[in-house]
Design a protein around this ligand. Structure first.
Ligand SMILES: [Zn+2]
Length: 212
């Protein structure tokens, strides 16, 4: 794996230090836990099948939803919630923090908040400015990640997605997948093997509960 890819899969320390209040990993004393997360849904191309897979293995996950998708597909939003998975805010229109004015960015998050009413937030592309991060951290729990599967990448195979999990998952890992139209094929193909490997290696898979 080349350096650039590796930096994407494992966010560098410097980047983590920029957002000290964000959560990158959640370790539980005496237990080996990992957290599957799905960004960008819910969408019909991916979410129902992912819910089926999670249900099959009886594991809970966390869905960082784009508010506009939750609004368009209320039945999918409800299905995720009713299955006992956790939900997080991923903005209303998947806006990039650094490319959006402070006011517009906050407004977009608030719009999603009106709909989802959840305390956890993950910025699209993991990108936001210091000022945005500083303000948001006061009101929402910023949930980042320490393993990006790259299931969205155009040239990646499901095997490589699974390998990213095998290679980088450790106790407390927050693992990023997507429930988007773009990544659906890879995610759906890789997810069962990734879950099986995690369970076989003693990980408990839990939904993220925001710190009190
Ligand atoms: Zn996203």
């Amino acid at each position: 794996m080349n350096l650039i890819k590796r930096l994407i899969v494992q966010p560098p320390l410097l980047y983590r230090l920029m957002f000290p209040e964000a959560v990158w990993r959640i370790q539980v004393v005496g237990r080996k836990v990992a957290y599957l997360t799905f960004d960008d849904g819910p969408v019909p191309e991916a979410t129902p099948k992912i819910l089926e897979i999670l249900d099959h293995y009886n594991v809970k996950a966390t869905f960082f939803m784009v508010g506009d998708n939750a609004r368009r597909y209320p039945e999918l939003y409800k299905a995720v919630r009713d299955a006992g998975h956790a939900i997080g805010n991923h903005t209303m229109h998947h806006v990039r923090g650094r490319k959006t004015s402070f006011r517009r960015y906050i407004r977009d998050i608030l719009e999603a908040h009106e709909l989802l009413k959840v305390a956890m937030f993950r910025p699209p592309h993991g990108l936001l400015s210091f000022r945005q991060a500083h303000t948001l951290q006061k009101h929402l729990n910023m949930i980042m990640y320490d393993v990006v599967t790259r299931d969205y990448a155009r040239n990646i195979t499901p095997e490589e997605v699974v390998n990213n999990v095998k290679r980088f998952a450790r106790s407390g890992s927050i693992i990023v997948f997507h429930d988007s139209e773009k990544s659906a094929k890879n995610t759906i193909a890789a997810l069962p093997a990734a879950i099986e490997w995690l369970l076989k290696n003693g990980f408990e898979l839990r939904a993220i509960t925001p710190p009190a």
